[in-house]
Ligand binder design. Sequence first.
Ligand SMILES: Cc1cc2nc3c(=O)[nH]c(=O)nc-3n(C[C@H](O)[C@H](O)[C@H](O)COP(=O)(O)OP(=O)(O)OC[C@H]3O[C@@H](n4cnc5c(N)ncnc54)[C@H](O)[C@@H]3O)c2cc1C
Length: 411
Amino acid sequence: MKIIIIGGGIGGLTTALRFHQAGFEVKVFESVKEVKPLGVGINTLPHSVRVLTNLGLQGILAKNAIETTDLVYFNKFGQQFWTEPRGRFAGYKWPQFSIHRGTLQMILWEEAKRVLGEERLIANHHLARFEQDETGVTAYFTNRETGENSRVETGELLIGADGINSVVRQQLYPNEGPPVYSENVLYRGTTRMKPFLNGSSMAMIGSMQQKMVVYPIDPTPDADGNYLINWVGNLKEGKSRLTARDWNREADKARLVDIYKEWTFDWLDVPAMINGAKAVYEFPMSDRDPLDRWTFGRVTLLGDAAHPMYPIGSNGASQAILDADYLAECLLTSENVVDALEAYDKERVPAAAKVVLQNRAKGPDQIMDMMEERFPQGFTPDEIPHEELANVMDHYKKIAGFDVQTLNQKK
Ligand SMILES: Cc1cc2nc3c(=O)[nH]c(=O)nc-3n(C[C@H](O)[C@H](O)[C@H](O)COP(=O)(O)OP(=O)(O)OC[C@H]3O[C@@H](n4cnc5c(N)ncnc54)[C@H](O)[C@@H]3O)c2cc1C
């Protein structure tokens, strides 16, 4: 079976590797001329690391990522109110990795090149549109720089893994319009600095009004013993000037340092961390309403094209990887492509929709607002509602498909 994958991001590349492993013939078409390591930090949770492990990638990931040991929550005064072990430290069979998005994409790209062959990864080909009938799909590509038609490709199945501004989704849902803006702006950067907490922790500070997420993403220190630390500030800015999602738009660093100037704790100096970044990128936090179906005939959606979500709970990349794995299983176990896509939709459409909606309802970070609302001036240790916080955290893990008992039963 000839399969056309649109998009060489985390979702498209994992799909290519997983399909190749399952014995299918795939080609990946990517818009950009040259795939470069763009973005900042990203997390892969144990349920998706299971898939990457089965593709033989755990070793290379471990060399290039931080194995996250714990997730720790603090209020805006730097007081800790929640900590939990993560990945193998929480009893999962698979680790949680914090990694630079670009590093993860390049690992997948190089592996796909190695196992599929370079000729099956086709950069500089932007999908313009597709047509389909009962027997197959035809994809029409352009060169984005010149605008010229560059290629026509036919196959039996087309997968739109082309991100939040998916052309495939737009053709399937022509009236949908742009992503839905959350009125929050994300400020993302990386800084070389000394490790904080135990050196492999992920820290969440503040509330949804003003938040900072901080974690290391590279296990190799520089000559001065500094590590690459990823951070994301979240500011509720209401109707913002930012609407278009551009991952690479630079922000005003001095303004951000000023907003966070009080956040100097004995375990982390937030303004110094922001100041130490080479560049700060701003990005409107947005998603799309969940769809009832991703599949139409021989065409389906995957990853951000299917279910873009707020980056809360570290699930964006992981859910794309889960899609890839499940779709391969469906193709292996169904009689034909159409049945396989139906089975894929039946399982993954509602599963991903739940995560999108949970993230809109602040996902695990609800506990930050619970603490801020109850204790705006800080708390004493005996005031922490441990059980209530635990319920929120456990609920999210079940919704997002990574509660430890269920996951550990898988191979
Ligand atoms: C440049 C960039 C930087 C990012 N940085 C971060 C980050 O720092 N932190 C974070 O949490 N998430 C980041 N993300 C999003 C994150 O990668 C996704 O949320 C998640 O990994 C799901 O991946 P995906 O493959 O579905 O989508 P994406 O990673 O968005 O990949 C989609 C791919 O499809 C390609 N594409 C788009 N349209 C077409 C077309 N018509 N024809 C062919 N190819 C097409 C794109 O160039 C891209 O490579 C970034 C995405 C991009 C594209």
